[in-house]
Design a protein around this ligand. Sequence first.
Ligand code: ADP
Ligand code: MG
Length: 255
Amino acid sequence: MGKTIVFANQKGGVGKTTTTVNVGSYMAAEGKKVLLVDFDPQGNLSSSVGCSHKQEGIYEVITSKVKIEDVIRTTDQENLSIITSNLNLSGATIELVDIEGREYILKKALASVKDLYDYILIDCPPSLGVLTLNGFVASDFVIVPLQCEFFALEGFISMLFQTVKRIQQTVNKKLKIAGIVFTMYDSRTRLSNEVIHKVKATFASHPEILFQTIIPRNIKLTEAPSHGVPINLYDNNCVGAKSYHKLTLEVIERV
Ligand SMILES: Nc1ncnc2c1ncn2[C@@H]1O[C@H](COP(=O)(O)OP(=O)(O)O)[C@@H](O)[C@H]1O
Ligand SMILES: [Mg+2]
């Protein structure tokens, strides 16, 4: 049975999209059938695999304008497909507000293809609004990318986990936290090490929530999206690639 994983964090620029595309492509390289879902109106996940974010995509699916089968697109990576996003999706935030069962729309849209894939990975916008809520409801697991260069951690983490808890108690009882992954780690900065230390202390009673693999800051990870390919097709030997490969094996083991 296919498993759906949502990558969520209410802050932007923390590595959600980078983690979604690269975990997806290493899963595909491991022979898994993977569907990426770009659920951020900005469409960065779409462009990260070389797809236009100006074509029909997930917005047109959730508003029943197109059939989901007609907007699943292949990528340069074998086994890796994507449903792209476009700016229309930002309107959905407002359009969905008055609709009954608005938090189930993505789940319903994906239901007919869920079992065609080993993994469906959903990339969310930087908020805990209705789009991310749909991501949580559609998923079996949540992965939280956490940037190692960020101060006001505590309130931030507790808000995120309260949201997940509320979802688990209401609209998606089977949602599990697969883990938190540290991103953009720079061993030379005190801040990076402090953040890791602090988060480890916060989760001292259940350390398994943290993935062992830490993603370092690596320029190649920044460059790959502008070439429209995941890191394994850009430079499979760089430290960023090796880290995402390791993380992917951990994810496959956990979910
Ligand atoms: N480990 C990393 N090392 C260097 N640059 C990174 C790394 N992870 C992400 N980036 C870059 O940082 C920016 C924000 O990352 P992104 O994945 O788009 O975050 P989000 O989706 O949370 O907004 C992008 O330009 C991305 O290429
Ligand atoms: Mg993003």
